[in-house]
Design a protein around this ligand. Structure first.
Ligand code: FAD
Length: 533
């Protein structure tokens, strides 16, 4: 297949979690040709190493390094918004934590009128995409392309934390990706034998020999070509030159929750007042583009530890890092093989809730600054909390007709009182667990924010002053049956032919957990819908 002269059946824009899975599935049929257009590079030498999560958090070249608008609710801070920019997209830089979400999440999608997206249907897709050796075989997949395994790292801190959580009433869960998410658990991660399982590795590499799949990297889509309400192709820029590519059947936008609405707006699809403000001719009015934006807001508490050599602040700092590098090279284990958190907990802030409403992540070290990820000189540990299904809605809209200028990202974090309540309760729960007796031998003192920050008002103020994104933007091209939705249940953009969206932007509501698994599921499911038309 030739890139520019030949016409593929489908053009997929963005080779991230969803786009790579979609391109892989579509090209299983040798009669179907796909051009996959990715703005980022093919790879980075460190990407397969899980700890690259920390290295890439603010790294030019592999990360779009977006930032939010200053907003009153978060004290006018500008919050960094990392997104992956290479094959595999955010799955190539993310924290590798693997969470499907709750059955309730997808039943809610179904209940909102999205036929084919309730738990019964999407669980089959999760099953076929996974390669995981634990859990109930009827629920968990063992033969799929996506490698998932439980974190093998051992540490007395983890055992103490499990005991502490149990002592205050939170049960252990041996498979939180099974039918019941509740409890504290060892993290399941997109890692196998110490190597990152991005969609670049799990989906694109095995498809690389296929003659019907062409992947173009360092090619940034500028806009869609729309003629008489039909999308006929795209214009992308590569090496300073604009290229026009037409396709025979459809364009599928998989550029992620920040870029998919941006590309729609740059192409004249969206709210007329926003398009006109930037001199863009309206091709098609769609009020929902860029709206319904949600993300997880994360708060972090840090403690000093009194026992030496169990925290990675001791085990991986300075000269000891060399030992960890040798360990990783020899065994694939240790600090370099860790996901962003080796322990997760899905808990209810109130006993009367039907399912967990917060997620906690425990980290056996403490960093000075989340952006720089520099380890503190003293041994520490960190607990992070976010509310699983935030109610606050923000937006992502272009602020220029120039594709190189990032859109305006407005989180609107902590706008809804439900979110504020759950986050305050989450802070109290993290403290209760770490202050429980089984942690006595390890815990020294809470140094961030410190015990002075207690009581609802002080905690809320601290949350507004310090919380950051957990990197799970979604919902900006929402799927739904109503006039404010952007795509229908087949992921087709309302009112246009030849155009679908398939990535985290179509989520109607937030899945309860980290969003990589759900994004890949959307890519997989999109292939079924396209094949079935
Ligand atoms: C730092 C970080 C940590 C995270 N940690 C976790 C975690 O531990 N567990 C988890 O489950 N989730 C995690 N996530 C979230 C998860 O990775 C994302 O939800 C998921 O990858 C989103 O998939 P997507 O397909 O929607 O978008 P992406 O994977 O971001 O893919 C979009 C792709 O489109 C490309 N693109 C964008 N614009 C254009 C354009 N104009 N032209 C061509 N290509 C373009 C991008 O370069 C990218 O490759 C994390 C995310 C980040 C950024």
């Amino acid at each position: 297949m030739s890139t520019v002269n030949g016409q593929p059946d489908y053009i997929v824009v963005g080779a991230g979690s969803a786009g790579a899975a979609l391109a892989y599935r579509l090209t299983e049929n040798p009669q179907t040709s796909v051009l996959l257009v990715e703005a980022g590079k093919a790879a980075h030498p460190y990407s397969r190493m899980p700890i690259s999560f920390g290295l890439f958090i603010d790294r030019p070249g592999v990360n779009w390094r977006y930032f939010s608008e200053p907003e009153e609710g978060t004290k006018n801070r500008i919050i960094p918004v990392p997104r992956g920019k290479m094959l595999g997209g955010s799955s190539s830089i993310n924290g590798l934590v693997y969470v499907r979400g709750q059955t309730l999440d997808y039943d809610t999608w179904g209940q909102l009128g999205n036929r084919g997206w309730s738990w019964e249907e999407v669980s089959k897709v999760f099953h076929r995409m996974e390669n995981f050796e634990g859990g109930d075989r009827h629920v968990r997949g063992q033969d799929g392309p996506l490698g998932v395994s439980e974190v093998p790292d051992q540490n007395p801190l983890y055992d103490a934390l499990f005991a502490a959580a149990e002592s205050v009433g939170h049960q252990r869960n041996l498979d939180y990706n099974g039918l019941d998410q509740e409890g504290i658990a060892k993290t399941q991660a997109t890692i196998k034998t110490g190597r990152r399982m991005s969609t670049a590795h799990c989906y694109l590499r095995p498809a690389s020999h296929r003659k019907n799949l062409e992947v173009v990297t360092e090619a940034m889509t500028q806009r869609l070509l729309i003629e008489n309400k039909r999308c006929t192709g795209i214009v992308y820029k590569r090496g300073g030159q604009n290229q026009t590519v037409l396709c025979k059947k459809e364009v599928i936008l998989s550029a992620g929750a920040v870029s998919s609405p941006q590309i729609l707006e740059l192409s004249g699809i969206g709210r007329p007042e926003i398009l006109q403000q930037h001199g863009i001719e309206v091709q098609h009015e769609l009020q929902g583009v860029g709206e319904n934006f949600r993300d997880h807001i994360a708060s972090r508490i840090q403690w000093r530890i009194k026992v030496p050599n169990i925290s990675y602040n001791d085990k991986a700092r300075g000269i000891n890092l060399i030992g960890q590098v040798i360990k990783y090279a020899a065994t694939g284990g240790g600090f370099l093989s860790l996901p962003s958190t080796p322990i997760v907990a899905f808990l209810k802030t109130r006993p009367e809730l039907a399912t967990p409403d917060i997620q906690l992540s425990f980290i056996p070290y403490a960093v000075e600054n989340p952006k720089r990820r520099k380890l503190h000189k003293f041994p520490g540990m960190t607990f992070i909390c976010y509310q699983l299904r935030p109610e606050s809605l923000g937006s992502i809209h272009i602020r220029s007709a120039d594709p190189n200028e990032q859109p305006a990202i407005r989180f609107n974090f902590l706008h809804d009182p439900i979110d504020v309540r759950a986050m305050i309760d989450g802070v109290n729960i993290m403290r209760r667990i770490v202050e429980a007796k089984p942690m006595d031998p390890y815990r020294r003192d809470e140094f961030n924010p410190g015990k002075a920050v207690s009581g609802d008002a002080a905690i809320e103020n601290w949350l507004r002053e310090t919380s950051e994104t957990a990197y799970h933007p979604m919902g900006t091209c929402r799927m739904g049956p109503d006039p404010n939705a952007v795509v229908d249940e087949k992921l087709k953009v309302y009112g246009l032919e030849g155009l679908r969206v398939a990535d985290a932007s179509i989520f109607p509501t937030m899945p309860s957990g980290n969003t990589n698994a759900a994004s890949i599921m959307v890519g997989e499911r999109a292939s079924d819908l396209i094949k079935g038309n």
